[in-house]
Design a protein around this ligand. Sequence first.
Ligand code: NAD
Ligand code: MG
Length: 388
Amino acid sequence: MSGRRSITILGATGSIGTSTLDLIEREPEAFEVVALTAQRDVAGLAAAARRTRARIAVIGDAALLADLRAALDGSGVQAAAGHDAIVDVAAERADWTMAAIVGAAGLKPVMAALQRGGTIALANKESLVSAGDLMTGAARQRGATLLPVDSEHNAVFQCFDHEDASRVRRVILTASGGPFRTWTRAEMASVTPEQAVKHPNWSMGAKISIDSATLMNKGLELIEAYHLFPVGVDRFDVIVHPQSVVHSMVEYIDGSVLAQLGTPDMRTPIAHTLAWPTRMKTPCAPLDLAAVGRLDFEAPDIDRFPALGLAKAALVAGGARPAVLNAANEVAVAAFLGKRVAFLDIAAIVADVLDRFDPPPPATLDDVFEIDAGARREAGRAMEALAA
Ligand code: NAD
Ligand code: MG
């Protein structure tokens, strides 16, 4: 790497954002921070901006601007607030941008970053699920490089034949199975948000932890993989692998299967995107296979985890279906975290919305936002029907 690379982190206070900060703060001579953003965590944002001497810090909740200004007083870091301000800093020049906002709320900022160009490290899978073709189209048009941070997609990226995809027979995503892998539906009926966010292998934000427990996360990842790796929709498989050591695999037409392995620590895939096309050191514990002892694999059970089936169907149907699935799921997960619906209701709400709401495929970003808003309205109705 020559000179310092300029970096922006969208969603800097979250699980992925703080892991990214951890890596860049170990090499302050290598990186200079343009912008850090967060939604509500003023203290976390201001502390990170001070430590990294960021040029600007943006808080999404506009009501918190005065608090952010106060927290940054005397630091020389500029303060801004509101969703539009996040989109504005995403559009500012940076060599590398981490897209780590959770949910479709990240879509406008990530599109702004893609249109500006440079390298975009994508953790925010919901944006790609909702607007995949528009995002990959913008990346191609602007010559932006989209690098996958999601551990499975980062693994596939490392094993994939980028020269000739027709040599690839299957892309196989591994899934931990989540905390309820061995549970019956009856047992899952009464699980609490506290139980559901406790992931066996990974420490992550609340929303993706719930998605991992329902297996919706793996469903979103199938759609994400389809947009990142140009093989047909029928070339993607999921296999449950409880140890989360094999992060994913690529099978070739000659029968060879390449896999990427490592300890489950998101700093490894993040570092891969930070240093790409070279490599950088990380503090991650080396993989000790003798200590792991065994690697298990099993087929996913769509009867117990219907969210995965819904996502697969949305992938095959294409059009607006993935955006509808994603928005309905965001509403249902928030309601579960708020203890307004039960765990098994999450997939039921998504299924209900998909049944009743079937808008035409989006042609523009505005179409995607309309589909997203419509699906959220329908999810609200589905929850009212449940409560009645
Ligand atoms: P998180 O909840 O820990 O952090 C989310 C970040 O986004 C925070 O900085 C928050 O302030 C910001 N944010 C939240 N709502 C916002 C809004 N409406 N507008 C602007 N900013 C907002 O989430 P996370 O676990 O870090 O996940 C971030 C993204 O990365 C998600 O899309 C998730 O699916 C993906 N991802 C996470 C992991 C992981 O290990 N955590 C792994 C793979 C992919
Ligand atoms: Mg993943």
